[in-house]
Design a protein around this ligand. Structure first.
Ligand SMILES: Cc1cc2nc3c(=O)[nH]c(=O)nc-3n(C[C@H](O)[C@H](O)[C@H](O)COP(=O)(O)OP(=O)(O)OC[C@H]3O[C@@H](n4cnc5c(N)ncnc54)[C@H](O)[C@@H]3O)c2cc1C
Length: 548
């Protein structure tokens, strides 16, 4: 890939290595933890550097250059909720900012301790030691999970009971349930319960003002939901320590397939029809021709639609068949034998094995079976290989690692996402694509491209996800990306989209989030922060300004 992209972009082929930790010039820590917290505190350069950034492109390029702009002074790793409380008490007394840290997979500057001069230092509170599934209610199908549990850890604990949370963001391996709740993460369900919001039953949050425990309820009409106040709070209201989530039995029936469309817009019409049909596919992902080709799911001549269904209860072949009809009615080309075979695989009960093995099928639950039992035969038309779904899934899971490798070779490689109602989707797609292309011209050679796929589909709208790949301006990578991003974000808002569908706000999206949210709501959020975090020590700069 490096050779291919390198030739196209005129790169010199020189790969950059991360500097050794000993070469980093970090400022001396400004804070000394009290003796009682010393066993869970670290101020060595490796630990501080490792907690200084999330995983955005601008984080990766700065780290590769040995540039650690805002290292935390101290990193604490509490082993109990009591220690979380002690850390908040210490930070309040010491005038230090505290940054909750889950997996550190933020791509919006959510964990970078860029807190300004008003604080005596910055403490990163790593929840990694709180990683257990504490309790499972098999009657209600719910589980109480500590906030620092990473995706694989919590799934393996639930799997022992035949259960799953089935929330698979692409960052599944390196993000935590507390982080998902704090950022309102989007999982792999393309329709239905797409956001973690829908899976949260109750929360426990330690704030500087005290602990909040919400009531476990399947639903409630008792006023505004306290859970909703903390969902998406991104660490500014306190530290989420435990989450009760709705879990489900592991799916054993699966089916689906791939279709091709002559244009992205034609495929989008099919996504809309599927989302409005009530069929609720678990996967419904449209990939534009270029992105399909880059990921080995097509030859670049057609947009590829991946559709998948799953159930723990009953075969899904009727839904698979109906989706196939619907897709064809709207001009899609499917390999009929492949779709039929998928339905047959589901009916035959081989799904049990597929479900056990599929792991974080981040993109395509219905396609795990396709990957395992690839459908033979050429596609009818349009250039999608019949194992398009399997190819896409494999590529999807590898993508983050490929991204980091490309960056080492001087490639600008980043993604951004939004959501918009269907009536505005085509115009948004065209405007954003044009804005990014223009910005690539203004900030570099103009070489490079922007691709799009849809990640989530709703009856009333869709979440498009853009990928930008271009030659980086070496030495000015951050400035270059910031300009491209600003052009994209401005176009997104002008076209009626949100600054983020699931990546969250962090520090990087503040400018546009401030424009998007109603001013009175901003005031209400500030007031909530004053009550829960009177000294304003929790993740200052994210969502609202330090000091309220
Ligand atoms: C390759 C890649 C793919 C991604 N794919 C997706 C995707 O498919 N869907 C998606 O939604 N996101 C995705 N993301 C973004 C990111 O993974 C999510 O925002 C995720 O929810 C962050 O979880 P985390 O545990 O890593 O949180 P962190 O990055 O550690 O923190 C994120 C924010 O939440 C706060 N926070 C974390 N834990 C707590 C807590 N316990 N209490 C209070 N505040 C807390 C932090 O202070 C910070 O503001 C992706 C990121 C990468 C790098």
């Amino acid at each position: 890939l490096v050779a291919l992209v390198g030739e196209r972009f005129g790169l010199d082929g020189a790969g950059r290595q991360p500097p050794p930790v000993t070469a980093l010039e970090l400022p001396r820590p400004r804070l000394e933890p009290p003796a009682a917290l010393a066993p869970i505190a670290a101020s060595d350069p490796w630990t501080r550097a490792a907690h200084a950034y999330g995983k955005a492109y601008r984080d990766v390029v700065r780290a590769l250059a040995g540039r650690i702009d805002h290292p935390p002074d101290v990193v604490v790793t509490p082993r109990s909720e009591a220690e979380v409380r002690d850390v908040l008490d210490w930070c309040a007394a010491a005038g230090a900012a505290v940054i909750p840290y889950g997996g550190g997979s933020s791509v919006v500057g959510g964990v970078e301790p860029d807190v300004g001069e008003a604080y005596r230092g910055a403490v990163t509170l790593d929840l990694g030691a709180l990683d257990r599934v504490v309790e499972v209610d098999e009657v209600s199908l719910a589980a109480r999970i500590e906030a620092g549990a990473l995706g694989p850890a919590l799934e393996s604990q639930l799997r022992a009971r035949g259960l799953t949370l089935r929330h698979f963001p692409q960052s599944f391996e390196c993000s935590t349930i507390g982080g998902w709740v704090a950022t309102r993460a989007g999982g792999h369900f393309a329709t239905g319960p797409t956001h973690i919001d829908d899976l949260v039953e109750a929360l426990r949050v330690v704030t500087p003002a005290g602990t909040v425990q919400t009531r476990r309820l399947p639903a409630s009409g008792a006023g505004p939901s306290p859970d909703r106040l903390f969902l998406g709070s991104e660490g500014v209201l306190g530290v989420i320590t435990e989450v009760w989530v709705r879990v489900r039995r592991r799916p054993v029936w699966r089916g689906g397939g791939a279709a091709t469309f002559p244009t992205f817009a034609a495929g989008a019409a099919a996504v809309r029809a599927l989302a409005q049909s009530g069929l609720q596919p678990a996967n419904c992902r449209l990939v534009d021709p270029l992105e399909a080709a880059i990921n080995g799911a097509g030859d670049g001549s057609a947009a590829v639609l991946l559709v998948g269904f799953e159930s723990a209860d009953a075969p899904v072949d009727a839904a698979v068949a109906r989706a196939g009809e619907l897709v064809q009615d709207l001009g899609g080309t499917i390999d009929r034998a492949a779709w039929a075979q998928q339905a047959a695989v589901a009916r035959g009960g081989r799904g049990e094995k597929a479900a056990q093995d599929s792991g974080p099928a981040g993109s395509a639950p219905g396609t795990a079976a396709a990957g395992r039992a690839p459908v033979r035969g050429a596609p009818e038309a349009g250039g999608a290989p019949s194992d398009a779904a399997g190819a896409w899934r494999r590529s999807f899971l590898r993508a983050p690692y490929v991204r980091d490798a490309l960056v080492r070779y001087g490639v600008l490689c980043e993604t951004f996402e939004t959501a918009v109602t269907w009536d505005r989707f085509d115009a948004l797609h065209d405007a954003v694509t044009a804005a990014v292309r223009e910005a690539l011209g203004a900030t570099g050679s103009g070489a490079g491209f922007v691709t799009c796929r849809t990640t989530h589909a709703y009856p009333d709208g869709v979440a498009p996800y853009f990928t930008v790949i271009a030659p980086a301006r070496r030495g000015a990578e951050v400035e270059q990306w910031d300009e491209v991003k600003a052009a994209a974000a401005t176009a997104v808002l002008a076209a009626g989209g949100t600054i983020t569908h699931h990546h969250a706000v962090g520090r990087d999206h503040r400018r546009w989030y401030d424009q998007q949210r109603p001013e009175l709501f901003a005031g209400a959020l500030r007031a909530a922060k004053v009550v829960l975090d009177p000294q304003g020590i929790c993740n200052p700069g994210v969502l609202i300004d330090p000091g309220g």
